[in-house]
Design a protein around this ligand. Structure first.
Ligand code: FMN
Length: 383
């Protein structure tokens, strides 16, 4: 079985008159997600920082590169598996942490649906700190697929330690600490509707279920007290001096998310992290103007550590190009949030399979049978 076999399945279904229920392109996915989601949630998921130039540039940057077709390779057998910090993965694709994924499914149990999609496809879920269901309820649905836990480091160190301890006990296999979101970037779409989901009490289950948080908020808190306590400790403006403490929190692989400069990559490596996560948060945080893909080669070259990449991946082709530019694994954010909104669990499974099928078939046609064959030499810079 290759991921690309999904296309045969679709064509064979067509012989009995069945066509896919779910979108085949990102454009259609986005159009249908906009219709499926309440307007405020659509704006929150689809929007980004400032005039969204960086967010658009993230996706456009992939068209600056082309993949050389190579012949006489006989790439009839592909192996897309990768090793990420000692965790064997069937493919290099992950689902990025999306804090409101819980709200994106019609029943508002999207964290659990995402975990089930991970179980069905082998595509790991990076579970956000911000979930509708507590991590202990999400993790069992991952099945045999590894899950990673993403930490928004709170200002209270005991709460941070408690969240990490719970993630370990729930069976998550790595800790992803997000560095670029201790404060929220300027997001005009959300500001125009004065809408910030967590301030309305959404996606705080990991906090309200936490013994340290419960202690901090006091007995029988009102919803307003929960939100006020959460808002008061959500964002920790970490410095390099905090890295030894973060490292001491867990023996799990520690992955730092938001690394876009080679100096930061080197310093994080010196501080004992296990992998780098090159991302500009999908252009949601800073409208600084550099597409994340432009940062990837330098970050990848800076150390020997594995690198996860996200921000702007919209297709299987994009996955292949990011691998060639140095990523060990790549993650999608909005594409899977839209897929869940449009088609629930089956829609999400379809989109993940479609992304992998396209990547696999591009590698087959162009003669790159494994991720290791994808190097910068496979790419031609077009602009
Ligand atoms: N990143 C985090 O580290 N933690 C989060 O809770 C989180 N929530 C997000 C919520 C939404 C609605 C979106 C779209 C992104 C969020 N991100 C979060 C950023 C994603 O992990 C990822 O970096 C980004 O979506 C990748 O870009 P893409 O959407 O262009 O694929």
């Amino acid at each position: 079985m290759h991921p690309g076999d999904y296309q045969l399945e679709i064509y064979l279904n067509g012989l009995t008159g069945t066509v896919p229920d779910h979108p085949m392109t990102f454009t259609e996915l986005a159009e249908r997600a906009q219709r499926a989601l309440p307007p405020g949630l659509w704006s929150y998921v689809a929007g980004g920082a400032g005039d969204e130039h960086t967010q658009d540039a993230n996706a456009a940057a992939f068209t600056d590169w082309g993949l050389y077709p190579r012949m006489f390779v006989g790439a009839d057998r592909r192996d897309l598996s990768v090793d990420l910090c000692g965790i064997p993965l069937p493919s290099p694709l992950l689902m990025a942490p999306v804090g409101v994924i819980g709200l994106c499914s019609q029943d508002r149990r999207g964290d659990i649906a995402t975990a089930r999609a991970a179980a069905a496809t082998g595509v790991p879920m990076v579970a956000s700190t911000l979930t509708q269901d507590p991590m202990e309820d999400v993790a069992p649905h991952l099945g045999d697929t590894p899950g990673l836990f993403q930490l928004y480091t709170p200002t209270d160190r005991d709460l941070a330690a408690s969240l990490v301890r719970r993630a370990e006990q729930a069976g998550f296999r790595a800790l992803v600490v997000t560095l670029d979101t201790w404060i929220t970037g300027w997001r005009p779409r959300d500001l125009a509707t004065a809408n910030f989901p967590q301030l309305r009490g959404h996606c705080l289950a990991n906090y309200t279920s936490d013994p340290v948080f419960q202690e901090l908020v006091g007995p029988d808190p009102t919803p307003d007290q929960v939100v006020a306590t959460w808002a008061g400790l959500f964002g920790n403006p970490l410095t390099w001096d905090d890295l030894p403490w973060l490292r001491s929190l867990t023996d799990l692989p520690l992955i730092v998310k938001g690394i876009c400069h080679p100096d930061d990559a080197r310093r994080a490596a010196d501080g004992g992290v296990d992998a780098l996560y090159c991302s500009n948060h999908g252009g949601r945080q800073a409208n600084g103007g550099i597409p994340a893909l432009e940062c990837l080669p330098e970050v990848a070259a800076a150390t020997d550590l594995p690198v996860i990449f996200d921000s702007g991946i919209r297709s299987g082709t994009d996955i292949v190009k990011a691998l060639a530019l140095g990523a060990t694994a790549v993650a999608v954010g909005r594409p899977y949030a839209y897929a869940l909104a449009v088609g629930g669990l089956p829609g999400l499974v379809h989109t993940l399979r479609a992304l992998l099928a396209e990547a696999d078939l591009l590698m087959a046609v162009n003669g790159y049978p494994t991720p290791a064959d994808l190097t910068p030499a496979a790419l031609k810079r077009l602009r």
